[in-house]
Design a protein around this ligand. Structure first.
Ligand code: CP
Length: 313
């Protein structure tokens, strides 16, 4: 089964966003990721052999970059991690000329993280029809592969009927591309009860997230939810004065085992990482049995394999 091509529903040109991605495509990608997670490694090594992938990260990353490199290597790809600090960008070469130069060497897939909204799409538009671009996070807009791995993790824990799920996203929603990609994916799969909660200064305008219920009281927001996605405080994106003091944040919006009791029995915790321990989550909860944080990390590899196949196979 695993050496069969993915179904046509999952064929993609680029992966820039989960906005407007049809449910059939999402399901096909999740099904394929699940199959790849269970497949013997030897069955996959020729899948994308001879094709080259390059990671270009203009912002730091541990999980996304590493799991893309592992995913590509497990599918037999050649991988290149461009060291931006020592690249010719430092001599004034433009980002567009950089990707075109690498494309001329035979790179067929770029994985790009960028601080500016829309920057990854602009680079994709500069490349030829045989080259694919994957958004590894741009500004506060989109982080589609994080959205996919969160959906897979939720589906494994709670089943495939997303219409029955109540999901709470708590924290720095304003600056979070993860929150936006999670919401796009959840809504496409039929989840109708999505709540967002956080300090008023860290919430976007309600019209930015249509269909979501905004809650200012964390305990009320937790009532009966099946899953909580806690977000990282993105201090690097906050203008001065926006960052809340750590103690006050944990008191009002931090999640502990005791507070989780307000959620539905068996409620699970997700966090995209890295976690600010003692601010967003207590250690006990982050490392406890309700936490799916390391499951999310593990799912990142097969999800990114499924995406690479959908773009390149
Ligand atoms: N979740 C996530 O994007 O983590 P990294 O910044 O470590 O890639």
């Amino acid at each position: 089964m695993t050496d069969r091509p993915p179904p046509p529903a999952a064929r993609l040109r680029h992966l820039l966003s989960l906005r407007e991605m049809p449910a059939a495509t999402l399901h096909a990608l999740l099904d394929r990721a699940q199959a790849l997670a269970e497949a013997p490694a030897a069955a996959l090594r020729q899948r994308l052999a001879g094709q080259a992938l390059c990671t270009l990260f203009f912002e730091p990353s541990t999980r996304t970059r590493s799991s893309f490199l592992l995913a590509a290597q497990r599918l037999g790809m050649d991988t290149l991690n461009l060291d931006l600090a020592h690249s010719s960008l430092g001599k004034g070469e433009s980002e567009t000329d950089t990707v075109r130069t690498l494309e001329a060497m035979g790179v067929r897939a770029f994985v790009v993280r960028h601080a500016q909204d829309g920057a990854v799409a602009r680079l994709a538009a500069a490349l030829g029809p045989d080259t694919a671009v994957i958004n590894a996070g741009d500004g506060r807009s989109d982080h589609p592969t994080q959205g996919l791995l969160d959906l897979l993790t939720l589906r494994q824990a709670k089943g495939a009927d997303f219409a029955r799920l109540k999901v709470l996203i708590v924290g720095d929603v304003r600056h979070s591309r993860v929150a936006r990609s999670d919401i796009h994916g959840l809504q496409a799969l039929g989840c109708a009860d999505i709540r967002v909660c956080g300090p008023a200064a860290l919430l976007p305008a309600p019209e930015e997230l249509p269909g979501c219920r905004f809650e200012s009281d964390f305990d009320a927001a937790l009532d009966g939810v099946d899953a909580i996605v806690a977000l990282r405080l993105q201090r690097e994106r906050m203008v001065q004065g926006l960052a809340p003091p750590a103690e006050a944040y944990f008191r009002d919006f931090g999640l502990s085992t005791a507070r989780l009791a307000r959620a539905a029995p068996g409620a699970v915790l997700l966090h995209p990482g890295p976690v600010n321990r003692g601010i967003e989550l207590s250690d006990e909860l982050a490392d406890g049995p309700r936490s799916l944080i390391l499951r999310q990390v593990a799912n990142g590899v097969p999800v990114r394999m499924a995406v690479l196949e959908a773009l390149l196979a």
